[in-house]
Each structure stands twice: as C-alpha cells, then as structure tokens.
Design a protein around this ligand. Structure first.
Ligand code: NAP
Length: 507
C-alpha cells in the first residue's frame, strides 16, 4: 500500500490508530476487528509488516523459543520447518496471519509517528507524523514493540571509521562478508546467533565482549514432513505438542526467575550445563574463563547455541575482553593497546530498551502531561502493563509489567484485556476510557512486591548489565505465571476503568 492510499485516509476521523505492524499490532487489529472496529488504521515506519522479524535479517537469525510456543495461541502454524524456526519463516507467519484475518488492507507503511497529543474537547488523539502530516483518532494503541530502537554505541572515533559499519538490524545482504576482516561488538542473543555464521566466511573475526553471556545447548531439529502434514490435518496434535513446549518454557521461567529463592539450584544446574558446554567446546582454559559470566543465570536473558563457544576455538576468530579504547579509520584499539585492523564493523549492540522506547513516541496526555517524563519522575506506572491514568483512550502495549517470558503470551493476554475493555466501551456507548489511579496503584503495588522474590533481586546481578533493569534500578518484568496473567487480563474488574461519553449507558 502506498502513500497515495494513506493520504486519502488521513482526512478521516479514525476510530482506532495502531502504531506498529508487528505481531502486537496485528493481534490488536484482529481483536478490535472481531469487536466490530473497522475504521482502523495500522501505520508502520518500515516498508512491510512483521516488526522485528521484518527488520532483522542477519545470518543465523532464528527464534530461540520453540515455534509452537512462539506463535499466536489462536492461530497455530503447522508449517514450521524446525523446532526453532528461522527468522524468515516467522516473517512469513506474520504475513499469513495478516492475510487470513484481513488486517493487511488496514496497513500503511513508510509512516513514522513522532508524537501524539490528547485533545480534551474533541476526546481524540492528534497524532503527528514525521512527514508533517497528522491523523486524528478516538483510540490510540502503541504497538511499537520491545526491541525496536537499535542501539548505536557512542565509542570515541566511531564516526571516523573508514570501512563499513553494519548494525544487525540493518543487515545488507548484498555486502559480501567473504574474506573480510571483521570486528563485532556485543555478545547478546543476536551475536550468539551471528558469530558462528560470520566465522564461516570472513578472513578474521575479532569479537569485542564487555559482559559474557550464559549459553545453553539448543536441542533444535527439523520437523519431518509427515509431522507437519499431521499438524495441518489434526490441529489437536499440534496443540498437544504446544502444551508440552509451553509447559517446559513456563516451568523454567517460574522456577528460575520467579521462585529463585526456593529453586536457586535450577539456575545453578543451568550454569553447570553452560560450563560443561564451554568445557566440551574449548580446550584453552583462559578462553573458557573469559567467556564465563560473573552473574547468576537469569539476571540477563540466557541464550541457546551449540556452536557459539566452539567458534572461539577457530583460528580466524579472536576474543577481545579488555574493552574498547577507540576506533580509528582502519581498526579498533583495545584498552590493552592491541589493535585489530579491520574493514568491517558489525554492531551487535542490541536495542535501546528504555530511553527511546518507553514510550517510543512522545505522548502528551490530559493537562499537557508528557508520559515519558511522568514515568521518569514518578516511576513506570501502568495498569495491567497497558494503560495509564491521565492518558485517556490510550493503550501502550510496552508499558511496565507488560512483558513476561514469551512475547506471544503477552500479546495473547493483552488481546484478552482489549476484548474485555472494548466490549464494555461498545456496550455502554462510551467515547472515553481511562484507568483509575486506585486500580493502577493496586496493580503496581502487587507487581512491585512480586519483583522482590525474583532472581533479579535475590540473584547476583550486579555484574550483569542486564536490560531487565530500568534506569531507576527497578525491574518491570511481569513476575507471575502465564495462567495468572491470562486470568487477571480477562477478568479484571470493569470498574478499574472510568468510562464516559455523552450517550453513556449507566452500569
Ligand atoms: P543485547 O542482548 O542488548 O546485547 C547487546 C550487546 O552489545 C551486549 O553484549 C552489550 O554488552 C554489547 N554492547 C553494547 N554497547 C556496547 C559498547 N559500547 N561496548 C561494548 N559492548 C557493547 O542485544 P541483542 O543481542 O540484539 O539481543 C536483544 C534481545 O533480542 C535479546 O535479549 C532477545 O530478547 C532478543 N533476541 C531474540 C532472539 C530469538 O531468537 N528469539 C534472537 C536475537 C535477539 P553488555 O552486556 O556489557 O551491555
């Protein structure tokens, strides 16, 4: 869909504007269309749908959550080629769902939202676009994602580098890596997938590690054709499979993260497993030590790979752990004085999870209050991880206490929340909703308390440099089981929202 079609729609008064055409935006549109909202627009700054799975295309990209679990509960996909599907397949899944539920025709691409301002008189959001245009909408849903603002490190000299710099979110398929001298900064989940692939082609690869990461074995396998055909014919069979992968994943999260105080030995066991993997992959003791994290497994997101550690034993791969002093036009100088001469710099430096992302756009609510500034001065408060007092008719899907272990579980329970909220809005002919201060306080107090039992507070996390910790030092992970989240999102008291409108039906 092009700009012409968008311009035609921009004069409309929208009922719903969804910012982001990733899985969050697609799920939101499906839910709201089900409730009868058809005057709905989804905008995305990229040129296609799929969010992170459209943007990320680096070699080795795959999901490290089993694909049966990493998919909408209401739309199982029988065609996954592996237990952990490659990234391109997940993007195909996004397209499949968008087409099946007829949401693609609501999407417009290449549109960047810069801000939104609540108009109290009109009871609408006025939304500013980067090209100078505006949109107005009754309801605004920010489905801008968790991993959507690439982080570019501010390293002395980086602007003077004469070679090619590639961030992993902007992979250039036409740039051949074969025979190149490459430096890669970062050792997060992205680097763990990319490093073994890069090492196959490049002449030299120097990896700059600041904080080692716990890597666990990945028991991946191709799904045989007959199993896929069986899943297509017998969806129940796939649901059984999903319940197993869900349960494994959930048990790990509940024991190792939420109930760390009692089950700390689960984390220790996993650390031992990672240690064993290092031992079996690398003979060099010093190298093993350098790759060994000095924080409890779980403080930072662990990763899964059978080839990451062994890649460091290759002759064309070097690990640099002394830190980066500066970047020169033809290389990187480390703090220990050694210089790696390179022609390509890969930034596997991840995402800005907080400063530019919560919220991802400037949002000005009632009485001119700026949401980002409010959260930074008063704490990241939100009701059920989605709505904030003072910001009527707004759901920000990436708010405090929204995110749990599995992104798709989060979408699932957020869709249930929308179902309950918007059904009530419709039933009572409301034109406005806003969570109450009391409900938000109660919710945040409960989840603030739950944090205290997690590995984030009881484990040794000081050296982890984990993005789970906000700039205020707190964590805002949704620290309950998925079952608890589903129940609370689908049964929250409707009185937790104040609804209003000129034709409102009284309760
Ligand atoms: P990340 O986990 O934030 O890792 C970024 C890396 O860059 C870290 O090792 C960080 O070091 C390093 N770094 C940043 N600035 C640096 C600097 N100035 N100097 C040296 N090192 C620097 O980002 P990511 O690897 O892209 O992963 C982000 C998230 O994406 C993951 O946690 C995961 O949730 C998701 N992901 C998922 C999959 C999947 O299969 N489902 C795959 C890839 C990514 P420090 O640790 O010291 O800060």
């Amino acid at each position: 869909m092009g700009r012409v079609a968008y311009t035609a729609m921009s004069s409309q008064q929208l009922d719903v504007l969804i910012v982001g055409a990733g899985f969050g935006g697609i799920g939101t549109a499906i839910q709201l269309k089900k409730l009868g909202y058809e005057n709905l627009l989804i905008v995305d700054r990229e040129d296609d749908l799929g969010g992170t799975w459209h943007v990320n295309r680096y070699p080795g990209l795959a999901c490290d959550v089993p694909s049966n679990t990493y998919s909408y509960r209401f739309e199982p996909y029988p065609y996954w080629s592996r237990l952990y599907a490659p990234g391109a397949e997940i993007k195909q899944y996004a397209e499949y769902v968008a087409d099946k539920y007829d949401v693609r025709r609501h999407m417009r691409f290449g549109i960047s939202v810069t801000g939104a301002c609540w108009n109290e008189d009109a009871e609408r959001w006025e939304v500013a676009l980067a090209d100078g245009g505006t949109l107005t909408t009754r309801f605004l849903i920010a489905a801008t994602g968790v991993l959507s603002q690439p982080y570019y490190p501010d390293i002395p000299g980086i602007d003077q580098f004469a070679g090619r710099i590639i961030h992993t979110t902007a992979w250039d398929d036409d740039y051949g890596m074969g025979g190149r001298r490459v430096a890669l900064i970062g050792t997060g989940a992205t680097a763990v997938q990319l490093i073994p692939e890069l090492a196959k082609n490049v002449a030299e690869l120097t990896v700059y590690q600041r904080t080692p990461i716990h890597v666990l074995p990945k028991s991946d396998f191709a799904v045989p054709g007959f199993v896929r055909r069986a899943f297509a014919r017998l969806p129940m069979a796939q649901r059984v499979m999903r319940s197993m992968t869900d349960a494994t994943y959930e048990v790990g999260f509940v024991l190792a993260v939420l109930k760390y105080q009692r089950f700390w030995w689960v984390n220790s066991l996993a650390e031992r497993t990672s240690q064993l993997l290092r031992f079996m992959s690398i003979r060099d003791k010093k190298l093993r030590r350098q790759l060994t994290p000095a924080y409890t497994l779980g403080c930072k997101r662990p990763t899964f790979s059978n080839t990451y550690y062994s890649t460091f034993a290759k002759s064309n791969v070097a690990l640099q752990t002394s830190g980066i002093d500066r970047i020169e036009p033809d290389g990187i100088v480390a703090r220990d004085g050694t210089k790696a001469s390179i022609d390509t710099l890969v930034l596997a430096t991840g995402f800005d999870m907080w400063e530019k992302n919560i919220p991802a756009i400037e949002i000005i609510g009632r009485d001119g209050v700026n949401l980002g500034k409010l959260w930074r001065s008063n704490g990241f408060r939100a009701y059920e991880g989605m709505a904030t007092p003072g910001f009527p008719n707004l759901l920000n899907l990436n708010s405090a206490y929204a995110v749990s272990l599995n992104f798709f579980d989060m979408i699932d329970y957020q869709m249930r929340h929308m179902e309950r909220l918007f059904a009530e809005v419709r039933r009572r002919h409301a034109t406005r909703f806003e969570p109450t201060e009391e409900a938000t306080d109660r919710f945040c107090a409960r989840f603030g308390d739950l944090q205290r039992n997690t590995v984030f507070y009881l484990g040794e996390c000081a050296n982890s440099r984990s993005y789970y910790f906000a700039p205020d030092g707190e964590t805002y992970v949704r620290a309950t089981s998925t079952r608890d989240s589903v129940l609370s999102q689908s049964q929250f008291p409707l009185s937790d929202y104040a609804l209003s409108g000129s034709d409102i039906v009284s309760v």
